[in-house]
Design a protein around this ligand. Structure first.
Ligand code: CA
Length: 85
């Protein structure tokens, strides 16, 4: 949670009593073009905000792992809706 608070402290603070909503909002924050999907760049920014000490190779590895595990239709996009749980 501490890492997430760095992204948007004021707003996350208001909804952190509901972790599911917080997760969903966190993913929405990184959906820059608001298409309800996270592409590789959006996912990279999300993971960088979760762990600002991670180097680029580690970030790319995490993005690849996430797309491999959670991109169920294998279209190269990670659905924001899957953050709803
Ligand atoms: Ca997007």
């Amino acid at each position: 949670m501490a890492n997430r608070l760095r992204v948007d402290n004021g707003v996350i603070d208001k909804i952190n009593d509901d972790s599911e909503k917080t997760d969903f909002y966190f993913f929405e924050l990184h959906d820059v073009d608001k298409n309800d999907k996270l592409d590789g760049i959006e996912l990279t920014n999300l993971f960088r905000n979760l762990d600002q000490s991670a180097d680029l190779a580690a970030l790319i590895s995490r993005v690849d792992d996430s797309l491999r595990e959670d991109d169920v239709d294998n279209d190269g996009w990670w659905l924001v809706a899957s953050a709803k749980g």
